[in-house]
Design a protein around this ligand. Structure first.
Ligand code: BTN
Length: 283
């Protein structure tokens, strides 16, 4: 595991040129979870755009109640407080696209610091060659006065190697260093991440989901794949991922449902997706 230079808030501040994100930065050498800390700050009077960073997390939170592997000084752990949107008329659309939009910013930031091509597995897993290089956990809450906020939590596997992961992750996870051979300066990656996030969030705020949806569909490596989806109610859907709908849901044409030659199209709003490998053709 290559240890990176420690995060340096002065360096990050000097190179950031953003309108609202990252004007307040908080750094912890070790914390339980940057998302938990960001929720706490947002429940107080923390400003929109406040960013919490850490060198390591003791109980990093992942999607669907999982943990997030968070060893010290190799990876990026970052949470951004979002108090918006600016135009409140399209709140439902904004809320459903926020986690997908965040994945566009994170993917662009990674590609700007290393020669890798990042795909997004719906809804917001960051993949390189079908291995997970980063993940996003969005959480929401409200202040005691009832003001809504969202937290965008981003974890990126940066300068470690696959061998550093616990055995259950070794076959499915990867790092920027392993994929590109580059050791990445975490300060540069944080700066790019905040800038790219601002770019895509502004697009979503100002123009609605139309243009981020176009970018998302072209980044989404789930489209066209055979998938198995585990739903929050414990049921499973197996089929082909056919479309990302206007509300950001994934539409899966379920295999095995052909009554009257109609395939059942299942819209998924929350699910854990596995990309299935094509079965080799029988002789
Ligand atoms: C996933 O399961 O794919 C989402 C992982 C999100 C991890 C990041 S690390 C920074 C932030 N703080 C957390 O506790 N979780 C997110």
């Amino acid at each position: 595991m290559a240890h990176s230079l420690p995060l340096n808030l002065d360096l990050i501040r000097r190179s950031l040129a953003t309108r609202s994100l990252g004007h307040t930065l908080e750094w912890h050498e070790e914390i339980d979870s940057t998302n938990r800390r960001a929720v706490m700050l947002a429940q107080g009077d923390a400003a929109h755009g406040t960013v919490v960073l850490a060198d390591s997390q003791t109980t990093g939170r992942g999607r669907l109640g999982r943990g997030w592997f968070s060893p010290p000084r190799t990876n990026l752990y970052c949470s951004v407080i979002v108090k918006g949107p600016l135009g409140a008329g399209r709140l439902a659309e904004w809320l459903s696209w926020l986690p997908l939009t965040a994945s566009l910013g994170a993917a662009a930031a990674i590609e700007s610091v290393a020669s890798v091509s990042v795909g997004v597995k719906w809804p917001n897993d960051l993949l390189v060659k079908d291995r997970k290089i980063g993940g996003i956990l969005c959480e929401s809450g409200s202040s005691p006065e009832g003001r809504q906020f969202q937290i965008i939590g981003i974890g990126i596997n940066v300068n470690g190697t696959r061998a550093d992961f616990p055995p259950d992750l070794r076959g499915v996870a990867t790092t920027i260093a392993d994929e590109s051979g580059d050791v990445v300066d975490l300060n540069v990656l944080v700066t790019r991440l905040i800038q790219e996030l601002e770019h895509y969030l502004e697009d979503l705020d100002l123009n609605g989901s139309n243009s981020v949806a176009i970018s998302y569909r072209s980044r989404c490596v789930t489209l066209g794949k055979s998938v198995r989806a585990s739903l929050p109610d414990g049921t499973e859907v197996v089929g082909v991922a056919e479309a990302i709908a206007a509300d950001g849901s994934l539409h899966v044409a379920e295999i095995g449902h052909i009554p009257g030659n109609h395939r059942r199209m299942v819209p998924l709003r929350a699910a854990d997706i596995v990309h299935l490998r094509p079965t080799p053709a029988a002789d």
